[in-house]
Design a protein around this ligand. Structure first.
Ligand code: NFE
Length: 470
């Protein structure tokens, strides 16, 4: 709604402000939609395509490391076991001082009881928790090399990118990437496997709807790096048909003339207090059915389709845990898929950055059309993201974003079907209702982002702030 009446070229900049965690995915979806509307979709230069991929890939790494270490790990790692640490690691000594002084946030308060790692494993994980901050900073720096700034990039534009690669920039990007790849291979993936082995029951709970959807992402010369498609528990592959995407607002606080609607016609009309509604999130569905999106969906759709790199890596990880692919429909399956996804993207980036042509063009000119339509589909860190727009009189007339967490955290739809996260929680046995670890661990395994999933509502006609720029 904020975009209506604006210059279409503002969309990648404004839609990034939906979220500070995955802004690049919004810039990319919006830019793909505009490329299509402006008729430059097939004319992006090699450098333009690669620079876009490197900016988005840097954000994937930052987001996945953030999620595992800083949002999810403390559900499994008991950081208070650092209290009697007597070694020389400066990070652990700092944590110990915090604990001694009673400055326990963000480590406490927390749920108590189900921490299963021994003292050594807890200490190692706590040290990695701290190291992960540095890795995230490096991923941000890497993004800024071609993206200009973080979190909201100015580097991705319709027609291509803004930064012409130089040998200096490539070097600056590559040394950071190689350090990060070492962290993913030697620390992140082993940590996820350690936790999965200590919590094998979490390879069985939180499975959810067992339908998975991927839009595919990261264009290469010969097609997308991650393939698009859908699959289910049987792991039979299906082709993606974007016309089958709809959103229902039957149980959401929005009004709509018809329900459900395809995003080219979708409406965002707040109706708080609507009878029966219980969420600000809409309910996206594919072919009328409930689908999970995210790293697990991306990997298993590609696994089902026989993507060689994905298949090799997933089979290796399954061997480490001695489980079948179906075990990945679970809490630990989502964490493992996210870590493997991080490696796949980081390794591919090391190849893409070497394909850049220093000094070569990154941008293709286009004419702003009077009227046009477009849509952009991309894989965001949290899964399938689509932006749909219509342009009339060189201005945006209609704009809809259907976002990964909207899929995963959706309420019931017009048929009464609960969303993936609701299905994943239903029927879960809680061992200790005062410490409902099972529920928080299931919810967090989806890496939900409600900033992305809800729509912004401001009090009608009321000034929220006044800014003067001189
Ligand atoms: Ni706010 Fe996002 C990602 C997007 S999620 S984090 O990844 O698009 O719903």
């Amino acid at each position: 709604m904020i975009l209506q009446g604006r210059d279409p070229r503002d969309a990648p900049l404004i839609t990034q402000r939906i979220c500070g965690v995955c802004p690049i995915a919004h810039a990319t979806a919006s830019t793909f939609a505009l490329d299509r509307a402006f008729g430059v979709e097939g004319k992006i230069t090699k450098n333009g395509r690669i620079v876009r991929n490197l900016i988005l890939g840097s954000n994937f790494i930052q987001s996945h490391v953030l999620h595992f270490y800083h949002l999810a790990a403390l559900d499994y790692v008991d950081i208070t076991k650092v209290a009697d640490y007597s070694g020389s690691d400066p990070g652990l000594r700092a944590v110990k001082r915090f604990l001694e002084r009673g400055e326990l946030g963000p480590f406490l308060p927390r749920y108590e009881g189900d921490y299963r790692l021994n003292k050594e494993a807890n200490r190692a994980a706590a040290a990695h928790y701290l190291q992960a901050f540095d890795i995230r900073r490096k991923a941000h720096e890497m993004l800024a090399v071609f993206g200009g700034k973080v979190p909201h990039t100015v580097g991705i534009v319709p027609g291509g990118a803004t930064q012409v690669p130089t040998v200096d920039k490539i070097t600056s990007f590559l040394w950071r990437l190689n350090e990060i790849r070492g962290f993913i291979d030697n620390i992140y993936i082993p940590d996820v496997l350690t936790i999965a082995k200590a919590y094998p029951d979490y390879l069985e709970i939180g499975s959810g709807c067992k339908n998975l959807l991927s839009y595919g992402g990261f264009p290469q010369e010969d097609g997308l790096f991650f393939w698009s498609g859908a699959t289910s528990r049987d792991l039979n592959p299906q082709e993606l048909d974007p016309s089958k995407v709809t959103e229902s607002v039957r149980y959401s606080w929005y009004a709509s003339s018809r329900d459900p609607l395809h995003p080219t016609e979708g409406m965002t009309k707040p109706h708080f207090g609507k009878e029966g509604a219980y969420s600000w999130i809409k309910a996206p569905r594919y072919d009328g059915k409930v689908y999970e999106v995210g790293p697990l969906a991306r990997l298993l759709v590609n696994y089902a389709e026989g993507h060689p790199r994905v298949k090799g890596l997933v089979d290796w990880a399954l061997g480490e845990l001695e489980v079948r692919p179906q075990a990945l429909f679970s809490v630990m399956g989502r964490h493992l898929a996210r870590a493997l996804d991080c490696k796949l993207v980081a390794d591919a980036m090391a190849e893409w950055v070497m394909e850049l042509e220093p000094g070569g063009p990154v941008y293709t000119e286009y004419e702003l059309p009077d009227s046009a339509q477009g849509f952009g589909l991309v894989e965001a860190p949290r899964g399938a993201l689509g932006h749909w727009l219509k342009i009339e009189g060189k201005r945006i007339e209609h704009y809809q974003c259907v976002v990964p967490t909207t899929w995963n955290a959706s309420p019931r739809d017009e048929k009464g079907q609960p969303g993936p996260l609701e299905q994943a929680i239903e029927g879960t046995k809680i061992r200790d209702e005062r410490n409902p670890f099972e529920i928080v661990r299931i919810v967090r395994s989806f890496d939900p982002c409600l900033a992305c999933a809800v729509h912004l509502v401001g009090p009608r006609g009321q000034a929220l702030a006044r800014l003067e720029v001189s």
